[in-house]
Ligand binder design. Structure first.
Ligand code: NDP
Length: 242
């Protein structure tokens, strides 16, 4: 049996590129989406053409029971995961004085709640089967530096950094590494409302990043070469520090 890697939010964007990168390196890919099953199926075809096994799980990372039931069933049927890329996430930007409670709850429950909901059913089987695997979480420059209009998103992404560091300490003696990637401005659907030309002026490299440039770092963190790296936050941002 191959090494299964679950990549949440891999129907599109950074998650999709990460799935393709890891597939090219021989990992079996457990794709995941929330609502966009059509995009996930397209990604599945591309992953298949890399010659590895793949399947799609569909669940809302906010829904704890759904996460537990679907992930546990998949592990029971297909074996323990070698690793997880905790990538699914959303932004709902608004300045804090007029941010409504749904905007706060939705972002915290998806981005930070998803950490607990997805990793809880995954980690114990990894420990029981003595898998010396990998967990990579997706934060953001917004979680490191804070960003205007993103109090909710910055809070969730800073929370992910704390959770990642704490979990890395708990799992270090098991040989499971837990690291965090913090992208800057990456060309995906998520930045479709961002005034990109204006933002580019603030980026020292004067360009936005590509999903593949984030995926290549995740791929490295999954490699044998990265087995002594844990508890780290690594940025991919063209030099931008907001
Ligand atoms: P996209 O908007 O392109 O894709 C988001 C993915 O997350 C989709 O696969 C989507 O599934 C999934 N998703 C969203 N909400 C849920 C949910 N409730 N339950 C399950 N899955 C969900 O995002 P990116 O690829 O740009 O972002 C990936 C990660 O990188 C996110 O965590 C984001 O915060 C982070 N990031 C992105 C940056 C950027 O500039 N793009 C910068 C910094 C960090 P579906 O297709 O079914 O809707």
């Amino acid at each position: 049996m191959g090494k299964n890697v679950l990549i949440t939010g891999s129907s599109r964007g950074i998650g999709k590129e990460t799935a393709l990168y890891l597939a090219k390196n021989g990992f079996d890919i457990v794709l995941h989406c929330n609502s966009n099953i059509q995009k996930a199926r397209e990604t599945e075809e591309e992953v298949k053409s890399c010659g590895v096994n793949t399947r799609i799980l569909q669940f809302d990372v906010k829904d704890r029971k759904q996460c537990f039931d679907i992930i546990s069933k998949d592990i029971e049927e297909n074996g323990v995961y070698f690793g997880v890329v905790l990538n699914a996430g959303i932004a709902r930007d608004n300045v804090f004085p007029v941010m409504d409670e749904d905007e706060w709850d939705d972002v915290i429950d998806t981005n930070l709640g998803g950490f607990y909901n997805v990793l809880k059913p995954v980690v114990m089987p990894m420990i029981e089967k003595r898998v010396k695997g990998r967990i990579v979480t997706m934060s953001s420059i917004s979680g490191l530096a804070g960003n205007r209009g993103q109090v909710n998103y910055s809070a969730s992404k800073a929370g992910i950094i704390g959770a990642t560091k704490a979990l890395s300490l708990e799992l270090a003696k098991r040989g499971i590494t837990v690291n965090c990637v913090a992208p800057g401005i990456i060309e995906t659907d998520m930045i479709k409302d961002v005034p990109v030309e204006e933002v580019k002026k603030m980026i020292p490299m004067k360009r936005t990043g590509k999903a593949k440039e984030v995926a290549s770092l995740v791929n490295y963190l999954f490699s044998e070469d990265a087995s002594y790296i844990t508890g780290q936050v690594i940025s991919v941002n063209g030099g931008l520090y907001l």
